[in-house]
Design a protein around this ligand. Structure first.
Ligand SMILES: *Cc1c(COP(=O)(O)O)cnc(C)c1O
Length: 427
């Protein structure tokens, strides 16, 4: 069968029922599996045979949905996690631990920034942040002998900076380490980072993939292209025997295409346990069936709202990578020629106070700590997700105190603009 198009993969990827099997992805609502002999179960535990035994490690419903997302991203293997944060943590911790170092774009999700700058620091891991548009010299200077990976976001939440994926991939590969990209905002419908050189792709499926503010979730996709064995000394966790797993050497036994996800499952999911549950996976799958229809509409509404705001005298700036004149417009055109996402950030001539007044007077656009939902939602990051940061840290993430993040849903853009117009008239 020839490689299918995104629309078809969204609808039918992952699960291919046989004769007289359920048309819908079955929900395997079971924590455990029954076997006739302990020898059989022993082979599963030894990773000699693949099969299910306990849903903390693997569940068939989750695997079918992960397989669909792997196909959407053009990757070799994937695993679902209980949240996007769990996906980012497991993906990083799978190859970087105490004593290691990460190079990360400073324009990333606040939770991931905290994870790298504070929580993982307590685990002995250090991180150097670079601006997504830093000079080649700055990027080069960020690497250290113990650097294990480079991390960035295709479109940063909430700064809306676009990562030059090819450039960051080239720098990572020059140093013999993989590029990890959080592709939550564009989704594979608008951008497939693996095609541009990314090695590992993560998502918060809580956002557009679910798209209905119903279920938390995350996913890790491996491109299956990074040659761990060629950099065996850098990645001993993949290239030397795992004592905690009967001495298995993941890169040898599972090859380029399977090593990363197998280790993350057999070792990290086993010991840390942030597994997705099969019901959430089922709902995620239903949402994925319309992702290719929803994303263009989110982008269309985002562009309409960004264009309106850009021409408004009370608005100090608008960030939207799909808007001509935006600093990331050209980069976005290259990586996302058909649209970026539905999220628009903007600031007010009247500063922080104007942002607060504006937020109070919206009605259709609702205040929520969320983005990428069918319903338009709005957030003032300096007062919410980023309140723990001081002004200098905010600045480094590309966030000003007057910045509001509006996530355009699937409503009529005329109704959205009318609501914004009303709130702006009172600022
Ligand atoms: C929301 C988000 C996350 C965290 O995902 P959760 O599902 O909330 O844990 C990570 N990265 C990006 C880009 C996000 O927008």
């Amino acid at each position: 069968m020839t490689e299918q198009r995104m629309d078809t993969i969204c609808v039918q990827g992952g699960y291919h029922p046989g004769d007289a099997e359920p048309r819908q992805v079955p929900i395997y609502q079971s924590t455990t599996w029954k076997y006739d002999t302990s020898e059989h179960m022993g082979r599963l535990f030894d990773l000699e045979e693949s099969g299910y035994f306990y849903s903390r490690l693997q569940n068939p419903t989750c695997d079918l949905v992960a397989a669909k997302i792997a196909e959407m991203e053009g990757g070799s293997a994937a695993m679902l996690t209980s949240s996007g944060m769990a996906a980012n943590f497991l993906a990083i911790f799978n190859i970087a631990e105490a004593g290691d170092h990460v190079v990360a774009s400073s324009a990333i999700y606040g939770g991931t920034y905290n994870l790298l700058s504070h929580t993982m620091k307590r685990m002995g891991l250090t991180c150097t942040f670079v601006a997504p548009d830093c000079s080649d010299e700055e990027l080069e200077a960020a690497f250290r002998p113990n650097t294990k990976l480079v991390f960035g976001e295709t479109i940063a939440n909430p700064a809306l900076a676009v990562l030059d994926i090819e450039r960051f991939a080239a720098a990572a590969h020059e140093h013999g380490v993989p590029l990890m990209v959080d592709n939550t905002f564009p989704t594979p419908v608008m951008c497939r980072p693996i095609e541009w050189g990314a090695d590992i792709v993560t998502h918060s499926t809580t956002k557009y993939m679910d798209g209905h503010a119903a279920y938390l979730g995350g996913v890790i996709v491996d491109a299956g292209k990074f040659d761990w064995m060629a950099h065996a000394d850098t990645f001993p966790g993949l290239t030397t025997p795992d004592e905690s797993y009967h001495g298995v050497t993941y890169a040898e036994k599972f090859g380029l295409e399977g090593a990363f996800i197998t280790k993350a499952t057999a070792q990290l999911m086993r010991d840390l346990g942030p597994m997705q549950n099969p019901q959430a996976a089922f709902f995620l799958n239903s949402s994925l069936e319309s992702l290719h229809v929803r994303m263009p509409r989110h982008c269309e509404n985002g562009l309409a709202v960004a264009t309106y705001l850009n021409n408004h005298p009370k608005i100090r700036f608008v960030s939207y990578p799909g808007l001509e004149g935006d600093p990331y417009y050209e980069t976005a055109k290259k990586y996302m020629p058909n649209g970026t996402c539905g999220v628009v950030s903007f600031g007010f001539e009247g500063g922080r106070a104007a942002a607060e007044t504006f937020m109070k007077n919206l009605s259709l656009c609702q205040i929520a700590t969320h983005v990428a939902d069918a319903r338009t939602c709005c957030l003032h990051p300096a007062n919410a997700t980023h309140r723990q940061m001081n002004d200098a840290e905010l600045e480094a993430c590309g966030i000003s105190p007057d910045m509001v993040r509006l996530s355009c849903g699937l409503e009529s853009s005329q109704d959205l603009i009318a609501d914004i117009e009303h709130a702006l008239s009172l600022v």
